[in-house]
Design a protein around this ligand. Structure first.
Ligand SMILES: Cc1cc2nc3c(=O)[nH]c(=O)nc-3n(C[C@H](O)[C@H](O)[C@H](O)COP(=O)(O)O)c2cc1C
Length: 365
């Protein structure tokens, strides 16, 4: 028996096991034209392979709610029906394998319009299908980044509407989990952190004001998301500024994460996906195996909101222990699933967990 391979139920959705695929941008959708942001054969094969491999829940890459919300011009989008049709083919396959299909809904804010990592990841302008990003405040993310346009209150309302419309389309595309991307210094995370949010209106300053957009987005998504299906929220538990810096530069903190977690739950979020960092390029982050698990564990201990842990979780025994010790309800794997699409199958063999193998592969069991 393995706890990692026990099913997990959220609302009415049964997720077959606790090994989940973290959202990972692939940077290879068309940057413009009628196929802009539309999933290709690459996205199909990439996500389908992990479903075949036994992963319980597959989250798409950060899928932009509007064109200017893309991290790179090659990101997936979910603002039109062509995009929905291509995603529906993927969700149908994932569900046909007995896995759960989830979508990460995202807006990149000031970190939008950058090149793919293998092209250097730097900001790109109109000559490379780029644009000037928007943000809570006109503060560039880093040297060499453009000064973003400060969103007006009407602009913020439009972002909330875009998330609502995207969630509506995600239901239509067959997704069973919607994850709001509030992490890694993208738009919602930019609003959360006093490091990137210098506003003086009702969206900046106090904790209540900085968290307003996150909660408005969650409310908008919940308005259209089926009651029987769960909504996740991905958070960066800390900007790694105040925790590490003697000069106490302001950033979002783990204490604020715990406070927000309870509010998110009251607004209908069913699970917090606990990551960290991404909002301050010079933050000092100490990484190592499972380095973000303590943040997930703390939320789980201090609130009633279920959590998933992510970050350098690579070994079956390591993942199993995170579940059996009650540190998280599920684990998300990113790079390890790029290396090993059938990681879950191998882990189930090692841990004695029960996992369905596709009939086509029975001769290899
Ligand atoms: C290629 C790549 C793309 C990523 N894209 C996203 C993304 O779209 N959304 C997101 O929240 N995190 C993204 N991440 C972060 C992962 O979801 C994950 O949190 C991170 O890689 C740490 O987990 P790991 O050590 O298992 O890889 C990405 C990571 C990688 C390697």
């Amino acid at each position: 028996m393995s706890a990692l391979f026990e099913p997990y139920t959220l609302r009415s959705l049964v997720i077959p096991n606790r090994v989940w695929m973290a959202p990972m941008c692939q940077y290879c959708a068309a940057p413009d034209g009628p196929e802009q942001g539309v999933a290709t054969d690459w996205h199909f094969a990439h996500l389908a392979a992990r479903a075949i491999g036994g992963t319980g829940l597959i989250l798409t890459e950060a899928t932009a709610v509007s064109p200017e919300g893309r991290i790179s011009p090659g990101d997936l989008g979910i603002w039109n029906d062509t995009q929905v049709a291509a995603l529906r083919r993927i969700t149908a396959f994932i569900k046909g394998q007995g896995a759960v299909a989830g979508i990460q809904l995202a807006h990149a804010g000031r970190k939008a319009s950058t090149a793919a990592p293998w092209l250097g990841g730097a900001p790109v302008g109109p000559e490379a299908h780029g644009w000037t990003p928007v943000a809570p405040s006109p503060l560039p993310f880093d040297d060499g980044h453009p000064v973003p346009h400060e969103l007006t209150v009407d602009g913020i309302r439009d972002v909330v509407d875009r998330f609502r419309e995207a969630a509506r389309r995600a239901v239509d595309a067959g997704f069973q989990v919607a994850e709001v991307h509030g992490a890694h210094g993208y738009l919602i995370g930019q609003f959360l952190s006093p490091h990137s949010n210098h506003r003086t209106d009702e969206y900046g300053g106090s904790f209540e004001n900085r968290t307003r957009l996150a909660l408005e987005v969650v409310d908008a998504v919940r308005e259209v998301w089926p009651q029987e299906l769960p909504v996740f929220f991905r958070i960066s538990a800390t900007d790694w500024l105040t925790e590490n810096d003697e000069d106490d530069r302001e950033g979002w903190t783990a204490d604020e994460t715990v406070r927000l977690a309870a509010l998110l739950q009251a607004h209908g979020v069913d699970l917090l996906d606990v990551s960290s960092g991404g909002n301050a390029p010079r933050a000092r982050i100490e990484t190592g195996p499972g380095y973000q698990v303590p943040f997930a564990e703390r939320v789980r201990a201090e609130t009633t909101l279920p959590v998933a842990a992510v970050g350098l979780i690579t070994e079956p025994q390591q993942a199993e222990k995170i579940i059996t010790e009650g540190r998280a309800d599920a684990v998300l794997l990113g790079r390890e699933l790029l290396r090993s699409p059938s990681w879950a199958q191998a882990a189930a063999r090692e841990l004695g967990g029960e996992l369905r193998t596709p009939e086509q592969y029975h001769r290899a069991v």
